[in-house]
Design a protein around this ligand. Structure first.
Ligand SMILES: *[C@@H]1O[C@H](CO)[C@@H](O)[C@H](O)[C@H]1NC(C)=O
Ligand SMILES: *[C@@H]1O[C@H](CO)[C@@H](O)[C@H](O)[C@H]1NC(C)=O
Length: 221
């Protein structure tokens, strides 16, 4: 009981308190692989931004649900953003377009969701200028994104039917922070971008959306 209280405390503190390493504890490599798998399996997350200096809530954080798809080579994520959205407005207000994007494992009926993995990608967003995207790549991006999000078909950029503007964006993380669950059995901490980028390379279709096996990537260990 005390042990688990300590772990909960550790988690609440963002994993700042060192937890004893045990042999069964998830390795950083396994954690990196797990994140890559989550990115293919979970297609919704939460995007966090900061209100710009000239706004009512200047400097305050703001987080709301968003879609991603793993359509760019890792570590980048593909997003389909709308200029009308408050998150997008916050992000675009800062010239480096900073954002943090969080994905959580969703295991139904788990008595302790605290034991499920979650990961935060800390990075910047690049707006993809529609006219600069080669036609073949555009087609791939649309196919890929709508494979993960069939409903997004009705708001992909430059479709005449939908009511809002939208644009393709590339989320480029420069850091990854992972909480695998409880610190005695899971890794908690930063995952280097290089490790994340390379992990699972050579595993069939880890980055190749066109192979429909992508969402069923499996953890190897
Ligand atoms: C823009 O974001 C960066 C972080 O990427 C931050 O250091 C900077 O203060 C922000 N600028 C403004 C004007 O908020
Ligand atoms: C975001 O971009 C700025 C340059 O505009 C760079 O200095 C910073 O390191 C980037 N931050 C992240 C988290 O990628």
């Amino acid at each position: 009981m005390l042990g688990s209280l300590f772990l909960v405390f550790t988690l609440l503190m963002g994993g700042a308190v060192a937890t004893p390493a045990t042999e069964s504890r998830e390795s950083i490599e396994a954690a990196a692989y797990h994140v890559k798998e989550m990115v293919h399996r979970q297609t919704t997350g939460t995007i966090a931004s900061v209100f710009p200096p000239d706004s009512e809530h200047a400097g305050h954080p703001f987080a709301l649900m968003e879609y991603h798809a793993p359509c760019f080579p890792a570590p980048a994520l593909t997003m389909l953003l709308m200029p009308i959205a408050l998150s997008t407005r916050n992000i675009l207000a800062n010239s480096s377009h900073p954002a943090t994007y969080t994905i959580s494992e969703k295991v139904p009926f788990d008595p302790s969701p605290m034991s499920q993995a979650r990961v935060a990608f800390i990075g910047n967003i690049t707006v993809m200028k529609y006219e600069n995207i080669p036609e073949d790549e555009l087609e791939i991006m649309e196919k890929c994104f709508t494979w993960y999000h069939p409903d997004a078909k009705s708001w992909i950029p430059y479709q005449s039917q939908h009511p809002f503007n939208s644009f393709w964006a590339k989320f480029q993380p420069s850091d990854i922070y992972y909480v695998g669950g409880f610190g005695d059995s899971h890794y908690i901490g930063h995952i280097p971008i290089d490790l994340y980028t390379k992990v699972g390379e050579g595993v069939k279709s880890s980055d190749h959306w066109s192979d429909r096996n992508v969402p069923s990537l499996r953890i190897q260990n």
